[in-house]
Design a protein around this ligand. Structure first.
Ligand code: AMP
Length: 207
């Protein structure tokens, strides 16, 4: 697989199980590449916190560790990716999570004459992730809900690994290690020049 072409900006999908550190890595990669990190989980949690119509509609789904329906997600993501700050690329964290969502993303990209540069899979063992999450002791990290989130991940999201593999876009990275180590692995996997230095301090090192 060839290196990622940064010429037209970077459009990246981060895949990985719940609590694999996707959010942290998405922010670091986005900062280094000077593009926004787009986290659908953050967008939905914000909607719930604000008590908006969307928030009231999805609250129970989030609390149960289930997936919000594809149509709602399509609307949310289509709107977000139409804003000017994403014109030069973005790092998607938490989307797509189903094959239907991957197809929606492909359609959105296609309509804009754009294409995805890469999908990065962060590989972390489930038991390690449950232990990490429970150690943090967050109220929404009850083991039962966590296990449900993993079940949903395996059933609905894991098929995306094969989907992106077939499109020759998949890069698999060992997600166990320090935050900086994992960032460096992601940049190395993408073959992005300067990404190592940029990822190490979270700053944009582009000339
Ligand atoms: P996350 O922070 O990415 O783990 O997302 C938190 C929660 O938001 C998930 O457990 C889902 O309930 C919901 N969510 C986030 N992204 C999606 C998505 N792409 N499709 C469906 N539900 C989502």
């Amino acid at each position: 697989m060839g290196d990622v072409d940064r010429g037209g900006g970077l459009r990246l999908v981060l895949l990985g199980p719940p609590n694999s550190g996707k959010g942290t890595q998405a922010q670091r990669i986005a900062a280094a590449m000077d593009v926004p990190a787009v986290s659908t989980g953050d967008m939905l949690r914000r909607a719930v916190a604000e008590g908006s119509a969307l928030g009231r509609r999805v609250k129970e789904t989030l609390d149960a560790g289930e997936l919000v329906d594809d149509a709602t997600m399509a609307e949310l993501v289509r709107d977000r990716l139409s804003r000017p700050d994403t014109a030069g690329g973005y790092v998607l964290d938490g989307y797509p999570r189903t094959l239907a969502q991957a197809e929606t993303l492909a359609a959105i990209l296609d309509e804009g004459g754009e294409s995805l540069d890469a999908a990065v899979l962060m590989d972390v063992d489930e038991d390690e992730l449950v232990a990490r999450a429970l150690a943090r002791g967050r109220t929404d990290d009850r083991e039962e809900v966590l296990r449900e989130r993993f079940r949903v991940y395996r059933e609905r999201t894991e098929p995306l690994i094969g989907y992106y593999e077939r499109l020759d876009l998949l890069h698999e990275v060992d997600g166990v290690g320090s935050i900086g180590e994992v960032t460096r692995r992601i940049f190395a996997a993408l073959g992005v020049e300067g990404g190592v230095a940029a990822g190490a301090d979270g700053k944009d090192s582009r000339p």
